[in-house]
Design a protein around this ligand. Structure first.
Ligand code: M6R
Length: 362
């Protein structure tokens, strides 16, 4: 049932190109620069929205952060992301002009459901972005958008992260078109990056042997720091979560610029730093942070856009040139890195200790 793979996680990492094709299928017209998501939320309502709040936990929260960055740049609608368990609807907001988007793979996460109920109670409209037809969240919200990634068995979310970001990216373009904040030419540029995702992810998967070698060589570090700016930030958070979840190693993700405000004190020659330095991640600014950690003896594994000069990296992973969504593709390197570090340590990858696939308690 694992299709010849040792773990569901590895199978699901490999399913990403197909999952992404399903996510995107029939939902956009690249030449016209239009997106059709078959939403029930009316265009007049979407036009009147002044603020979007994304609520989600764990990996879904990081997908939400990626999307928020894109939503803000494409739609000019202020977008915040909250950890669902911390969510309260703030009385100062106009509930009629606030769209609350719950991102949840399972549709059953108790913290997210409880946040959805708070938003509804306050009078806000709600949209679920989920993988699971008929899940509890879909019965609670005004409208649902399915990510169509197919079943995910491994406790560590992998293909659903990619499909969540892809779905929300389409939503961003859709909203931008509805509101007139984006021209068809601009929409086409973002859609081209979205369309290139499945092929670009496949190219990373083709690099698997090299990623395994790198993971086996650096897996014994005493800490792993994932750094990146802009779209590289949520991917760093997600990379660190994946590694800590399945390998039980100490991993942290943060914006590259924060290193000097504290974490740098922890950097030693036994530290491995994984940096996103692709398009969409303000790579030039991250260069200084990379030098800072190298000066303390750390090894830097960097994912850079193909063709960029990257002699400064100790280990280089190459990401196909697809523009804004390159950091999302980078995440596949971080997934395989985490997988092979955990595997070399003999961890229980599909069912890590203390964790459940669906967290149905608050
Ligand atoms: O089903 P959900 O997307 O609501 O789940 C949210 C988190 O529990 C989930 O993403 C968790 O963080 C994963 N184990 C991460 O790999």
């Amino acid at each position: 049932e694992k299709g010849g793979f040792d773990h569901y996680m590895l199978k699901e990492i490999h399913e990403q190109p197909r999952a992404l094709r399903q996510t995107l299928s029939g939902r956009f017209d690249i030449d016209a620069g239009t997106v059709d998501l078959d939403l029930d939320l009316e265009e007049a309502y979407l036009n009147s929205v002044e603020e979007i709040q994304i609520i989600a936990c764990g990996t879904s929260n990081y997908a939400g952060r990626y999307a928020a960055e894109l939503l803000e740049s494409v739609t000019e609608v202020r977008t915040s992301v909250e950890v669902a368990s911390e969510y309260e609807f703030d009385g100062g907001r106009d509930p009629w002009r606030t769209l609350v988007v719950a991102v949840t793979q399972s549709g059953e996460t108790a913290d997210t459901l409880s946040a959805v109920r708070k938003a509804k109670q306050a009078g806000a409209r709600t949209l679920a972005v989920t993988n699971t037809l008929g899940s509890t969240v879909t019965r609670e919200v005004d409208d649902s958008l399915f990510i169509r990634a197919g079943p995910e068995i491994g406790v560590a979310a992998t293909k659903t992260f990619a499909s969540q970001v892809a779905t929300l990216s389409l939503f961003a373009v859709y909203l931008g078109r509805v509101r007139g904040s984006v021209s068809s030419a601009e929409a086409t540029t973002v859609l081209e990056s979205i369309r290139a995702l499945p092929g670009a992810v496949q190219q990373i998967l083709d690099d698997e042997d090299y990623i395994r070698e790198v993971a086996e060589e650096h897996g014994d570090s005493n800490a792993f720091f994932f750094i990146g700016r802009r779209f590289g930030h949520p991917v760093s958070l997600e990379g660190a979560l994946k590694l800590k979840e399945i390998s039980y190693d100490h991993a942290e993700g943060f914006p590259a610029g924060e290193l000097k405000h504290g974490p740098l004190a922890l950097v030693t020659p036994e530290t491995t730093v994984l940096a996103v330095v692709t398009e969409g991640s303000n790579a030039d600014e991250t260069l200084n942070n990379i030098k800072e950690v190298q000066a303390r003896g750390a090894t830097v594994i960097g994912a850079a856009s193909a063709g960029d000069s990257t002699e400064y990296l100790d280990v280089q992973f190459s990401v196909p040139d697809i523009g804004l969504l390159e950091p999302l593709v980078t995440n596949v390197y971080w997934q395989l890195f985490a997988y092979y570090v955990a595997k070399s340590k003999g961890r229980n990858i599909d069912k890590p200790r203390n964790l459940a696939k669906s967290v149905t308690v608050e």
